[in-house]
Design a protein around this ligand. Structure first.
Ligand code: GTP
Length: 510
């Protein structure tokens, strides 16, 4: 089975991996960014509530409290109080009007005595005296027992006279002898309060509402006729103990709240979770666009690469086929060079696999192959086996490196003699060599072998070796099996060794 390079596949995988990596990164970045944005909106909303409460409402409460306390101490004089109800009420009314005119946050100023008389500005007509029952029904009316408290805020209630929702703050009027004379009360201008709350610009679309301690609405930013009021009663206790942040699963709404110290009011700003999420998404969109653009660029790059890569591959394949890699550009010339190098390497590898690396003679594999080929082709040939005499002594005396030099030298010597003739030398193994003499009579082979032997023996060595000799056996092929011929020639080599070495033993024909 042919193994493909799979380059296109690798490019596809790389692009796909980059694609997946961008998507995964996008997922994590967007997710963490969403959480961060969500968190920052929560913080901004909490700050919004506490800023409105401390900078606006607390301020307003302080101002009206200060005003009522200073006015009540003014009305504390016996004469003023008695005059107001039984003699000359005009100067007191003028003072009450003065307070009104300076206080946009106050709707009405009321002064009441313990007998149920009261003065109120603004009032239709002249001074009106009401029955004690009417005045005492008012939630701000404080009897003597309650007079210890300085300033009190009522729950929102429907005023009997004006018929509008009202919150009143009141304080006892104590005369200079310490007696409780009556009550001074300010109706808070809820219309003005509503208007101011409506004007607020909350960070996320939602509702702002000011609640009393029992959860009644004092003021809110809802302007339409059928206001969408949220059920604060069910979550009031949660809001009070939430510490400023509460999420109601049932309504899927966030509640940001601030609890006042003076009147136990609660400023609540509530936001639908959906609205918050929409905002978070719209903020995240910029990042999403960024990632989408990156993906598109990657896709474009992928297609571009693919189309050009295919073309380049086709060119490369064409040139590899024709073997004419000329006229390519920089990258291509490098590639063509590489193709040529590969061919050379291939040729070198083939040569290496046929030759013995140490001596340069053909190796044992080549010998086996050539021998079989001669037999298969029924070619006339003779075989010689050569073994260097006393090679162990050479190795032992001069070292293996010198032994190697001797092996190389012997091959060189024989090659030089056989070069023009039909003889090829092989390294048979260790210090043993073989020569195949092709298509020449055994006699001629014997002569060549003798020339080799004498050549080696008379060769001069740079090292201090006196003489290197070898023994050899020679035999002609007579149609027998390769192993039989080798055994016969090996036996003759053995004979030569036993006969005193440095000689060749051949058959009778030689
Ligand atoms: N330097 C070197 N030595 C080799 C190589 N291959 C085999 N030999 C050595 O050749 C020697 C062969 O020794 P022996 O088989 O005892 O033969 P010898 O000493 O030549 O004795 P005779 O054949 O009886 O003359 C061993 O010492 C091997 O280590 C080689 O590639 N390089």
């Amino acid at each position: 089975m042919t193994k493909t390079l799979g380059l296109s596949k690798k490019i596809h995988y790389s692009l796909l991996s980059a694609f997946m990596a961008i998507i995964a990164t996008a997922f994590f970045v967007i997710d963490s960014q969403k959480k961060t944005i969500h968190k920052s909106y929560i913080n901004i909303s909490r700050n919004f509530v506490s800023n409105v409460a401390t900078l606006y409402l607390n301020n307003m409460i302080d101002v009206v409290e200060e005003k009522i306390i200073s006015a009540s101490s003014k009305f504390g004089g016996d004469d003023i109080f008695n005059n107001a109800f039984y003699h000359d009420s005009h100067s007191v009314l003028a003072h009450m009007m003065f307070i009104m005119s300076k206080s946009p946050e106050i709707n009405a100023v009321i002064l009441a005595d313990t007998r149920g008389h009261y003065l109120r500005v603004p009032e239709k007509g002249s001074i009106v005296k009401k029955t004690p029952q009417q005045i005492q029904q008012r939630p701000w009316f404080i009897d003597e027992a309650n007079s210890q408290h300085r300033v009190q805020f009522t729950e929102p209630y429907k005023d009997l006279i004006t018929q509008v929702s009202t919150v009143t703050l009141s304080t006892p009027v104590i005369n200079s002898h310490g007696f409780f004379n009556g009550v001074l009360a300010f109706d808070i201008n809820l219309a003005q309060l509503n208007k101011n709350i409506e004007r607020l610009l909350p960070p996320v679309e939602g509702n702002v509402v000011l609640l009393s301690d029992t959860g009644k609405v004092i003021a809110d930013d809802i302007v339409d006729e059928t206001p969408e009021r949220h059920d604060f009663q069910t979550i009031l206790s949660e809001l009070k103990k939430s510490g400023g942040l509460y999420y109601d699963e049932h309504q899927d709404r966030w509640f940001f709240s601030y609890r006042f110290d003076g009147p136990k009011w609660l400023l609540v700003y509530s936001v639908e979770n959906r609205a918050l999420n929409e905002l978070v998404w719209s903020e995240s969109q910029k990042v999403i666009y960024g990632f989408v653009i990156s993906l598109l660029i990657l896709l474009f790059f992928g297609f571009y690469l693919k189309s050009h890569w295919d073309k380049t591959l086709i060119n490369i394949i064409g040139h590899i086929k024709t073997g004419a890699p000329d006229g390519w550009g920089n990258l291509e010339s490098l590639l063509s060079q590489e193709i040529n190098n590969t061919r050379e390497r291939e040729a070198a590898l083939t040569a290496e696999s046929a030759h013995d690396a140490l001596t340069g003679a053909l190796n044992r594999r080549s010998f086996d192959k050539d021998l079989q080929q001669h037999i298969a082709e029924n070619r006339m040939f003779s075989l010689a086996l050569l073994d260097i005499d006393n090679f162990k002594t050479i190795n032992d005396s001069f070292g293996h490196l010198v032994g190697d030099v001797v092996l190389r030298g012997m091959v060189a010597e024989c090659k030089a003699i056989l070069a023009q003739e039909k003889g090829t030398i092989y390294r048979y193994g260790g210090e043993e060599f073989a020569i195949i003499f092709s298509e020449i009579p055994e006699q001629q082979a014997w002569q060549l072998l003798e020339q080799c032997r004498l050549g080696v023996r008379s060769r001069e060595w740079r090292e201090d070796i006196s003489a290197v000799t070898f023994s050899a056996g020679l035999g002609r092929w007579n149609g027998e099996e390769a192993q039989a011929l080798i055994a016969q020639v090996d036996a003759r080599l053995y004979q030569a060794k036993h006969a005193g070495k440095d000689q060749t033993v051949a058959g009778n024909a030689a």
